[in-house]
Design a protein around this ligand. Structure first.
Ligand code: TA6
Length: 302
């Protein structure tokens, strides 16, 4: 649907409207009770969430492509049905097909005057991937308010079990990479993707980032947080139905080589993701549904 049609069907004056970008992507812009939000239909990708009285919480790269079929660098890309390279199909695109797929907006709901829920979906008929030819439907519910709530449900429409990985690959805006640490992952085992995928224990109470960091934490607790000493804030990520957490920053050298990131943009972001990845991949029975969700909130910090 074009932006004008979406605005006609779902628009709310002063709260929700749809625009088309130069390159033809359609996005929703949200403004309610001082909270600002933005979400693209391509990939159902949230790219802005700024609760009232706060700085933006999500990072979106100023150098991102915002082009049809290209992954947007920032916000919350949805990773499904595989994470990273597809180990069964090396030719498959990194991080699956959901983040560049054309999602449909199915509904909009306001809850009181300070929160707005949008529901999106897409299914195998929208992508027809040769790399993962399973019949499925994915439903994504996004609630903008003082908290950002995200829920991904996956339905298996096959008469056999399906196996998939998934993640909400959130990019968080930070004061500076040297001023943040992540709490809540102590004691977990992680796969170190910068060191031949070796498994290691997280011994320190806080995860500080001083070099390229790319870790998939397994069987992690429900809550973790970004402690930002520079902006004196604490971004809390509460998850459900997701056993894995990912921490990523490419650091300087890799970031400079990424045309859609670059220097110094990499210093102002950290990915802290929720998901079901590697050992935590999902095995879903025939006709069953799996849900995972994140609730993100901002509190005064260290
Ligand atoms: O989540 C971390 C990660 O898997 C890293 O390995 C890095 O590749 C990052 O995702 C970004 O991936 P992308 O395909 O968006 O360039």
């Amino acid at each position: 649907m074009r932006a004008a049609e979406l605005t006609a069907e779902f628009g709310i004056a002063g709260v929700l409207h749809f625009v088309e970008t130069e390159l033809g992507l359609v996005k929703a812009t949200v403004s309610l009770a001082g909270t600002a939000g933005e979400i693209y239909l391509q990939g159902a990708q949230v790219t802005l969430w700024q609760p009232s009285g706060e700085r933006p919480v999500l990072f979106t790269s100023p150098n991102s492509a915002f082009a049809p079929g290209r992954a947007i660098r920032g916000g919350v890309p949805i990773i499904f049905p595989w994470f990273g390279p597809n180990r069964h199909a090396p030719a498959a695109p990194q991080h699956g097909f959901a983040r560049t797929a054309p999602w449909h907006l199915d509904g909009v709901e306001t809850l009181g005057h300070d929160s707005l829920t949008l529901t999106f979906s897409f299914s195998d008929g929208d992508v027809g991937s040769p790399f993962w030819p399973e019949p499925f439907r994915a439903i994504y519910t996004v609630t903008f308010g003082q908290t950002l709530s995200l829920r991904l449900a996956v339905q298996n429409h096959a008469n056999h079990p399906i196996i998939f990985e998934e993640a909400l690959h959130s990019y968080f805006a930070i004061s500076d990479i040297s001023s943040v640490a992540i709490s809540g992952l102590a004691g977990a085992i992680y796969i170190d993707k910068t060191d031949a995928a070796r498994k290691k224990p997280q011994t320190a109470a806080l995860v500080s980032i001083t070099t390229e960091t790319d870790r998939v934490y397994l069987d992690t607790p429900k809550q973790c947080a970004i402690e930002d000493r520079g902006w004196r804030r604490r971004v809390v990520i509460e998850k459900d139905g997701a056993a894995s957490s990912v921490v990523w920053n490419p650091w300087a050298e890799k970031a400079i080589a990424m045309a859609d990131l670059g220097d110094p943009a990499w210093r102002g972001m950290v990915c802290v993701e929720i998901g079901n990845i590697a050992d935590n991949e999902v095995r879903l029975s025939a006709d069953a549904e799996h849900q995972m969700s994140a609730a993100i909130s901002v509190n005064p910090g260290p």
